[in-house]
Design a protein around this ligand. Structure first.
Ligand SMILES: [Zn+2]
Length: 332
């Protein structure tokens, strides 16, 4: 039995074969009197070798990665593996069950809860368990996200660039093996509370990703996630399948289009499009005054639209589009 505050798990992570169990979060509130909230975990192990930790559902309403990990459990024959894969397809299981981005137990965003805290509430405790007990088992971590209810992403590797040159180089290489059309690279930040920065600060190699969004499960994005996972497992030396690195376009942030006021937004672009600075991005209509002329919104920079706001009804300050400009991998 391993434990961290109110979270415990009695699964034997060193056992060969297919093992499934739960992390159990001991939680009590008005809706859960004396409850052990289960967080599912699967281990595929075939002898000694590297370990890859695969995580999805840190945000509960992001589905492509959750489906891709569940598919892998059924589609990877144990005989084709060397070493171990640890899969957490619903890391923030309370949020997954509630179809919410954040946990319904305490309202916390798990991707701001790392490195975690045993006494900091249920979300921080789950974060701490994973960082203290599961991340140290891994040679490589791949975390899967998507746009959730309010975002749409073009399928991309989300690359937090570590200061450590070895971790940094591994992340850049992993992004090519994930093989998404775009890789969006930003500096890692160990104090931001996200999983990426916390894992890299522990000296473990990690890549994150964004597949689709809109609380949907697009077949294209799920297919890309599954294919990318297989390539990552091959690159990490865990799966023997015959695949090659397709490469990617590396990019860095170029600018963001914000909604200057609330309204009804008519976008004239899609996620994944390449746009030019100053081009008309869309029209923002007043919700209550149909005769008021719409506000023309123009792109503040050129580049690839790596994500867009999904709902048409936008609040002031909504990020309507994030733009990225291509960079050579050695110039990131
Ligand atoms: Zn997310």
């Amino acid at each position: 039995m391993i434990s961290y505050g109110p979270v415990s798990c009695d699964l034997d992570f060193g056992r060969d074969g297919v093992s499934a169990g739960n992390l159990y979060l001991d939680h009590s509130d008005d809706a859960h009197a004396a409850t052990l909230v289960p967080v599912p975990v699967v281990v595929l192990r075939n002898g000694a070798g590297p370990t890859v930790l695969l995580t999805a559902g840190i945000h509960g309403d992001e589905y492509e990665g959750q489906i891709a990990l569940r598919r892998l459990v059924h589609e990877l024959p144990l005989g084709e593996l060397t070493g171990r894969i640890i899969l957490l397809p619903a890391v923030n299981a309370p949020a997954v069950r509630a179809a919410m981005r954040c946990s319904p137990l305490d309202g916390a965003n798990m991707n701001r809860a790392f490195p975690g805290s045993a006494a900091g509430g249920p979300t921080a405790a789950l974060a701490g368990f994973i960082l203290d007990h599961l991340v140290p088992l891994a040679d490589f971590v791949l975390d899967l996200h998507s746009g959730g209810a309010t975002g749409l992403y073009c399928d991309q590797a989300f690359l937090c660039l570590a200061e450590d040159p070895v971790l940094r180089a591994k992340g850049i290489e992993a992004a090519a093996w994930l093989g998404c059309p775009v890789t969006y690279a930003i500096p890692a930040d160990a104090d931001y509370g996200d999983f990426d920065g916390a894992v890299l600060a522990r000296g473990v190699s990690l890549l994150s990703s964004e597949f689709g969004g809109g609380a949907l499960a697009s077949p294209t994005s799920v297919g890309r996630a599954v294919a990318g996972l297989r390539r990552i497992l091959h690159w990490a030396g865990v799966w023997h399948g015959d695949v090659a690195a397709p490469g990617t376009i590396y990019s860095v942030p170029a600018g963001r289009l914000l909604a200057p006021r609330a309204g009804l937004f008519e976008p004239l672009f899609e996620a994944g499009e390449t746009v030019v600075a100053g081009a008309l991005a869309g029209r923002l209509f007043d919700l209550d005054e149909p005769l008021r002329p719409p506000l023309d919104l123009r792109f503040p920079a050129g580049g690839i639209v790596v994500n867009r706001y999904r709902p048409a009804l936008v609040p002031a300050g909504a990020i309507l589009a994030s733009l990225a400009e291509p960079r050579a991998p050695d110039a990131l």
